[in-house]
Design a binder for this molecule. Sequence first.
Ligand SMILES: [Zn+2]
Length: 115
Amino acid sequence: MIHTHRHRAKSSEDRAFSGPVADPENRAAHGNICSVDTCSCGATRSANVNGRHVEQGKWVEPTDWNATPNASRKRPMVTLTMSDAGLAQLDRLAAKRDEPRGRVVEAALDALERS
Ligand SMILES: [Zn+2]
């Protein structure tokens, strides 16, 4: 998909640090908060922030897979574009099973393959 607009943060959310978001890394920025901006088109941009240290990632289109630049990362980071209703359903399932979203999606794929 080609976007002709400039990505802009429509919303921003702080998450726990979960790995590098830029290449080269800024290790001083690791270990605290990962601030994730989301554009209206679904693209996201992550920044690891630790005090005055910032590791600023690039905008990642919602269809990019393996977007995390660190190849040594064992589990790839995947960005999915979902409807609000689909995401709410996924969250309900994840809460019911007490599992992360990714695990619920994997289980659904397993079930599809078996059907
Ligand atoms: Zn955008």
